[in-house]
Design a protein around this ligand. Structure first.
Ligand code: FE2
Length: 158
C-alpha cells in the first residue's frame, strides 16, 4: 500500500471539499473586511460597544479564514486569498462613508445572516464528503452565529 501524501480522501473528494471551503473562505475574508469598514466609519451613541464588537468580528473572521485556508492545504488544494478571488463573495457590499450605529448593527446582522445561510447550505455536502471539514465549518458557524446574536441585541426590541 502506498502512503498518501495528503488526507485519505480521493482526489475528486478533496477537490470538491477544497472548492467548498474556498467558497466559504471568500465570504469569510469579505466579512472581516466589512467588519473593519464599519468599525472605522461607525458613529452614534452605541459607538463604543459596536466599535469593539466589530473588531471581535474582524478577529473571528481572520482566525476562521486562516483555519479554512489551511484546511484546503491539508487537503492538497491551494487557497486563493487574492483580491480577485473576493469577486465571488455572497455578501452585498457595505455603503461608502460614515454610518450610524443603528445602520451598522442592521448591516452586520444582515451580512452575518447571509454568511450563515450560505455556509449552512454547504454542510450537508461537506458531511457526506468529509466530516472533518464539516466539523471545522460547524465551529466557524458557532462563533459567527454567536456574533450575529450580539449584533442583533444592539437593535431595538421588535
Ligand atoms: Fe481599531
Amino acid at each position: 500500500m502506498t502512503e498518501a501524501p495528503v488526507a485519505a480522501l480521493s482526489v475528486d473528494q478533496r477537490l470538491a471539499v477544497g472548492g467548498t471551503l474556498q467558497e466559504i473562505l471568500v465570504d469569510t475574508i469579505d466579512l472581516g473586511l466589512q467588519a473593519k469598514h464599519l468599525h472605522w466609519n461607525l458613529r452614534g451613541p452605541m459607538f463604543h460597544g459596536l466599535h469593539l464588537l466589530l473588531d471581535d468580528l474582524a478577529a473571528a473572521a481572520a482566525e476562521a479564514g486562516d483555519t479554512l485556508a489551511e484546511r484546503c492545504l491539508a487537503l492538497g488544494v491551494a487557497a486563493d486569498g487574492r483580491i480577485s478571488a473576493l469577486a465571488g463573495t455572497h455578501l452585498p457590499p457595505p455603503p461608502e462613508g460614515r454610518i450610524s450605529d443603528q445602520d451598522a448593527a442592521d448591516l452586520a446582522v444582515a451580512r452575518l445572516h447571509v454568511y450563515s445561510e450560505v455556509a449552512r447550505s454547504r454542510l450537508g455536502d461537506l458531511g457526506l464528503r468529509d466530516p472533518v471539514s464539516q466539523e471545522l465549518v460547524n465551529g466557524v458557524l458557532m462563533r459567527m452565529e454567536k456574533l450575529l446574536w450580539m449584533f442583533e441585541a444592539h437593535r431595538p426590541e421588535v
